[in-house]
Unconditional design. Sequence first.
Length: 352
Amino acid sequence: MRTYPSFKAAACHISSVYFDRDACIDKACDWIAEAARNGASLVAFPEAFVSAFPVWAGVWAPVETHEFFVKLAASSVDIDGPEMARIRRAAKEHGVFVSIGINESTPNSVGCVWDTNVLVGDDGSILNRHRKLMPTYYEKLVWAMGDGSGLRVVDTRIGRIGALICGENTNALARFALMSQGENVHVSSFSPRFPTHPAGQPAYDLEASIKLRAGAHAFEGKLFNVVSSSYLQPAVIDMVARGNPAVHRMIDEASRSVSMILGPDGAPISEVLRDEEGIAYADIDIARCVVPKQFQDVVGYYNRFDVFDLKVRRHAHAPADFGGAGGDGANGANGEYGERAWKGLPEAEAVN
């Protein structure tokens, strides 16, 4: 008889140490250890946790933000670099899976940064690297577009895990691409604030949109959704505002993000964190995904595949193709993990 895994998940509602990747890694390792001590097998961190979400792009003109972009690029992370190696060691040491958002750099360009989610296995291996397909609104001024190479669900001992970043959770086709691979544990990572209008005007309600999108994906896929969002420290608001009261108010009054875990019916099964840092925990039993599939299984009987036809292109972008396997082309320059990722393979070795 088939059995289903059960485990405890941890959604971290945590602030980045802006532009300090080493401090962010220190903090992540400490929180991984704490979540593991509390019995978690999956620990999720927010979008761009290492080392900053570009909130400044929403409140300053582009010509006034070069200083922030230079700092973000300088604190970005190489997928094969020492910062990710520390996260991998922590995951292996504590025997947990870790989902973490990074500003990912590339040796191909000192100014190219992706908004990336990395899934690390409990053996320290990198299981998947997903670059945000389309940066949202003013994020396009900061992040490069990703590709479909990371639209993958990873089969693990705790379930089939997939992830999308912030606004991607609104993209029905991206969500369906993961559901169609048997996803039963989804990680949604979000920013701390997302200012869209001057202070005092009706604006984008980030908390409401997160609850709506996360609940919809959990309900449609009959799956668990682990939502991890950043918390924005007052000192960061002060730094970004640069002493301008109008900019300070615009960020301060923007709706706050929330972190939580939802069940297959779309309802929260953990506390909802908003106003301070903390970790939301919930027990996940994949068996709870079975009965709801009787009612509506959108990747099974409750669909018309003779009517709808979704094609997903999972090749990776590269600036040039110099031809030949094993050459020194641009794909190889993306790092040891990069070339294997396009083939959907795990790394050859876990960390020591």
